[in-house]
Design a protein around this ligand. Structure first.
Ligand SMILES: [Zn+2]
Ligand SMILES: [Zn+2]
Length: 183
């Protein structure tokens, strides 16, 4: 299987083939244009298939795995997020689609074959799928204790005095009890 190392894919041969013809690829990509939206902690790895169809080329993203560098919502430390994306697809058209078939989809959001170069570019497709797969909340680990709301201490790294003093504040008779015990 051919290994793709860039997002622009030559479709000259496939485009001349009969409808239904498929080509399979593995890919291993470093995407500088993705770095504006994400910090990538790995290359993008996966498998995809292209299929010739009447109006262009179908791209089936069978597998995509990557690691994103994000920030933990609770403790604000770095959080490494592994993402695994499967079974997504896009259609790359061979001409401008301007009828109503697409149910109001924006024309600019449609992918097109670069007919001058006979290539398609999957960068934007991958970027969209990563954005959709990224969870809303990110934690460095399940058991993250976060920051102390009083002093900002990272509670994963150690405790602070605030917990103790607020316990005493909640229970004003504690000191009295202690005094009585001593007597
Ligand atoms: Zn955390
Ligand atoms: Zn504290």
């Amino acid at each position: 299987m051919e290994l793709l190392q860039e997002t622009e894919i030559d479709i000259k041969k496939l485009y001349e083939s009969p409808e239904g013809t498929e080509e399979s690829f593995e890919f291993e990509l470093e995407l500088p244009e993705l770095a504006e939206d994400f910090v990538l902690n790995s290359v993008l790895q996966g498998k995809l298939r292209l299929m010739k169809e009447k109006e262009g080329i179908f791209v089936f993203l069978d597998e995509l795995s990557l690691e994103l560098g994000l920030q933990c919502d609770l403790c604000l430390e770095d959080a490494n997020l592994k993402l695994s994306i499967r079974n997504k697809e896009r259609e790359y058209f061979n001409k401008k689609i301007n009828d109503k078939r697409l149910g109001g989809l924006d024309e600019e959001n449609l992918f097109q074959i670069d007919l001058a170069k006979m290539t398609i570019d999957i960068a934007e497709f991958l970027r969209e799928e990563i954005l959709l797969a990224k969870p809303e909340n990110v934690y460095c680990k399940k058991s993250c204790k976060g920051l102390c709301p009083e002093c900002g201490q990272n509670l994963n790294l150690g405790t602070c005095e605030c917990a103790e003093s607020s316990k005493n504040a909640e229970n004003p008779f504690q000191n009295l009890k202690d005094m009585l015990k001593e007597q």
